[in-house]
Design a protein around this ligand. Structure first.
Ligand SMILES: Cc1cc2nc3c(=O)[nH]c(=O)nc-3n(C[C@H](O)[C@H](O)[C@H](O)COP(=O)(O)OP(=O)(O)OC[C@H]3O[C@@H](n4cnc5c(N)ncnc54)[C@H](O)[C@@H]3O)c2cc1C
Length: 304
């Protein structure tokens, strides 16, 4: 790639990839191995970085998120992908001529892959950081297995917690209690939990207890709820501010970006991967989507 000057790069790149999580990195590896001119914008962070032990990634019995990213980044660089460690601020333009603004400079490319993921919203419980990823989990698909046979507390601010509690009981552990955080559960859901043999607690949790391992939760009213593991989904915020001007189509909730099966959004030439787009969010799914988008772009570039 030409050296970027204060105005950015004059060169028209084949693809700019935004976000170095598993989605963006896999796209880079495929595109790099096509000998395309590819630039990856990557800032430290993302959900994969928070994953302490990924056990459901084919070929890697257990890998930490940071180790997966480090290996993937080296692999991408090895195939000639250029990397800028700066945050993308804005994307404008159209297929064949996108303009990407980052750190005050403008870069141009024929295609853009948005793979910047999402930010996890964590509940403001005291000591949460001490147990996060070890006995406090936020993702049932990722870490449900780790609760097998343990005393589990599901914490949620919505009735979705009822569904989660029932699912956890069916798959992982018989000892499940649902803590309805800050709201009163409707009678129909109380009956449902009772029928399923799931305990119910209502109130405001404040602090996670235990010195070396999680022992329980102290509520604002002083009650102590014993548990060994917690599943507490706090939601996510998408890292998509830079797409504001392009405004790709969203799902019915106006939240995640809708794409076709190759990952192309309603904006031709703008591909979207991973947590940003509708569907389940898993490291291996993001990686698969990265490969799919890269292949789709390659067929357009070489007009196959
Ligand atoms: C605690 C935890 C445990 C998990 N465990 C598992 C598991 O066991 N198995 C599994 O499959 N999945 C797991 N996941 C889910 C998995 O991490 C996500 O599905 C995955 O991160 C999605 O990958 P991604 O490529 O979309 O984005 P991310 O991994 O979030 O990467 C996005 C990248 O984009 C960067 N970025 C953001 N904004 C910008 C910008 N404007 N410019 C440039 N760069 C930007 C971020 O800093 C980050 O580096 C876990 C998640 C968490 C939080």
């Amino acid at each position: 790639m030409e050296q970027a000057d204060s105005a950015g790069s004059r060169e028209l790149l084949d693809c700019i990839v935004i976000g170095g999580g598993p989605g963006g990195l896999q796209a880079c590896i495929h595109l790099g191995r096509y000998n395309f001119r590819v630039l990856l914008f990557h800032t430290l962070g993302g959900r994969t970085l928070l994953a302490k032990h990924i056990e459901n990634y084919l070929g890697l019995p257990v890998v930490s998120g940071p180790a997966l990213l480090e290996t993937g980044l080296a692999q991408a660089k090895n195939f000639g992908v250029a990397v800028e460690n700066v945050r993308v601020e804005r994307v404008t333009g159209h297929e064949g001529q996108f303009e990407v603004l980052a750190s005050g400079k403008t870069y141009r490319s024929r295609y853009v892959i948005a793979a910047s993921g999402a930010k996890e919203t964590l509940a403001p419980f005291k000591n949460l950081h001490r147990y996060f990823g070890h006995s406090y989990y936020t993702c049932m698909i990722c870490d449900g297995y780790r609760t097998t046979g343990k005393k589990l507390l599901v914490i949620d601010r919505t009735v979705n917690g009822v569904r989660m509690s029932i699912g956890m009981k069916q798959m992982y552990t018989r000892d499940v209690t649902f803590l309805a955080h800050g709201f009163t559960l409707a009678p129909v859901y109380r009956t449902l939990l009772e029928d399923e043999g799931i305990g119910l607690i209502e109130g405001r949790p404040e602090e996670l207890l235990g010195e070396t391992k999680l022992e329980g939760v102290r509520m604002a009213d002083g009650r102590v709820i014993p548990c060994e593991v917690i599943l507490g989904w706090g939601g996510i915020t998408l890292n998509d501010e830079y797409l504001g001007l392009l405004d790709p189509e969203r799902d019915a909730d106006g939240f995640k970006i809708v794409t076709n099966s190759s990952g192309e959004s309603s904006i031709p030439g703008l591909f979207v991967l991973g947590s940003l787009r509708t569907g389940h969010s898993q490291a291996i799914i993001s990686a698969g989507q990265g490969a799919e988008a890269a292949i789709a772009i390659s067929t357009r570039i070489v007009e196959l």
